[in-house]
Ligand binder design. Structure first.
Ligand SMILES: *Cc1c(COP(=O)(O)O)cnc(C)c1O
Length: 466
């Protein structure tokens, strides 16, 4: 111990490597203990316990927010062991941070909950940077293989569409092959070839609320020696854990329901151990998220502020109960809308009229229950007087009073979005058609208000049409 009275005798690098092994063993014990708990208990406590609090953090019952950019070392031996990654250390907040670690450890346990799999997670500055960090390493140069391409569902978030189409394909020449109907396995199949590096899908998609059969697409990926990457933002691990169905990597825009109080944006990437890939080192395949953190994330710099991590962790403690309330409300709202004379269609996986309702039943269930719930987001097409106009849609939208007009979702407050003129404006008409974004579609993300009040506000929107 370093203190004011005694002269500290420096230790050598081998001493610190041994200390590091003890830290790793203690961490594993904590993970093993936590793994035996139910989802809500893991979400509430994660790996932060009495011994962490008393030994490291002045007894604080809440995880501390380490705003410091860098870690101090006892001596040169510890610095050497740490910086050569021979002992756990956090070093510099662009690489790691103790507060971020508490969020990452909890996320890994929640995404792998009930699967028997081991997983690890990485927190990033945004959902977009999580997608970039998850996909980049598979698109590396490899002279033994044809030029890289990847196959992705066209029904993806507007930002992902732009990242793949504009940044990857048009600017950097890495081909994205869009799957127009992601429930059609043969469409995925016919696009995969020797150059394909990964498959990518959104479950459910934002904003068209489409899904795909994770298990069969994962099988297809593995038959081709490539991973499946799934963005499960609009389900969250309280409803769907893609790792359970064979996905290799899951990304979350944690800005949404994981940080549902709306205090920050951030992303989370989670991988299971020993993923399948035809490119990359053995170290990368063994533990993708940890490898990404130590190498490309460090070098590319999409680091996340520790404050954002603890705010999100705080929100995630009550994830399951919020998802339950939001999903039950969304079901009520969807059924109300479906019977309304001023609408054309409602897209919601919980409705019988939803084309993939049986598939949704398989994949969407409130964790630790037998209750099928279908998430917090629906899309409704408002009836127009003629094809392609948006007059009624805008009147409906502008008539909302309590519900926020914003490009946001997963919030504790209900939010409505006109996607064709906002989130999916930049991708143009052709891109919107690919992703099934209609000009008269309004996305509604239900919050935790009483559903009666949400419906009363929606009625104000309809009243504004007449
Ligand atoms: C919002 C969103 C993203 C992007 O996340 P940011 O945190 O805004 O960068 C990615 N995927 C989906 C499904 C989203 O809804």
């Amino acid at each position: 111990m370093i203190n004011l009275e005694n002269k500290y005798i420096p230790k050598d690098v081998n001493y610190w490597i041994k200390e590091g092994q003890k830290m790793v063993a203690e961490h594993q014990k904590r993970i093993d203990r936590t793994k035996n708990w139910k989802f809500d208990t893991i979400a509430t406590h994660g790996v932060y316990d009495l011994s962490e609090a008393l030994n490291k953090n002045n007894g604080s019952i809440m995880e501390p927010i380490y705003m410091s950019p860098a870690q101090a070392y006892h001596d040169s031996g510890e610095m050497e062991a740490g910086l050569s990654y021979q002992m756990p250390n956090w070093c510099y907040t662009r690489i790691a941070n103790p507060s971020n670690f508490y969020l990452e450890a909890t996320t890994a346990l929640l995404e792998s909950y009930g699967t028997g799999l081991e997983a690890s997670s990485l927190a990033t500055a945004s959902g977009m940077s999580a997608i970039r960090t998850a996909t980049d390493p598979f698109l590396v140069k490899d002279d033994s293989l044809p030029a890289p391409n990847f196959v992705a569902s066209a029904k993806v978030y507007g930002g992902a569409f732009q990242q793949f189409w504009v940044r990857r394909w048009l600017e950097q020449g890495v081909e994205v092959r869009w799957v127009k109907n992601p429930t059609n396995l043969s469409e995925w199949k016919e696009k995969v070839d020797a150059g394909t590096r990964f498959l990518y899908g959104e479950f459910p998609s934002n904003p068209s609320v489409d899904i795909f059969d994770i298990q069969t697409v994962a099988d297809l990926a593995h038959e081709n020696n490539i991973p499946l990457i799934v963005d499960a933002t609009c389900a969250s691990p309280a409803l769907t854990r893609p790792l359970e169905f064979g996905a290799d990597i899951v990304v979350q825009s944690a800005s949404k329901v994981l940080a549902s109080s709306g205090m920050t944006i951030l992303g989370l990437l989670t991988s299971k151990k020993n993923i399948i890939s035809k490119v990359g080192s053995d170290e990368m395949k063994a533990d993708f998220a940890t490898w990404a953190k130590l190498w490309p994330y460090r070098d590319n710099g999409p680091a996340i502020n520790p404050m954002a991590c603890i705010l999100t962790l705080n929100d995630m403690r009550s994830l399951r109960m919020k998802i339950a309330q939001m999903s039950r409300s969304t079901q009520i709202i969807a059924e109300y809308l479906e019977n309304h004379p001023l609408i054309d269609r409602v897209h919601y996986p919980g409705l019988q009229s939803y084309a993939s309702h049986d598939l949704a039943k398989k994949y969407m269930k409130l964790v630790d229950s037998n209750e099928n719930l279908y998430g917090y987001m629906l899309s409704v097409e408002i009836k127009e007087n003629s094809e392609g106009t948006t007059e009624n849609t805008r009147k409906f939208y502008d008539g909302l009073e309590m519900i926020w007009r914003a490009t946001d979702l997963g919030r504790v407050k209900t939010v409505a979005t006109l996607n064709a003129i906002s989130t999916h404006q930049q991708q143009g008409e052709e891109g919107r058609a690919l992703a099934s974004i209609k000009p008269n579609a309004v996305r509604i993300s239900a919050g935790i208000e009483d559903p009666d009040d949400i419906i009363s506000d929606i009625e104000k929107g309809f009243a504004n049409i007449k």
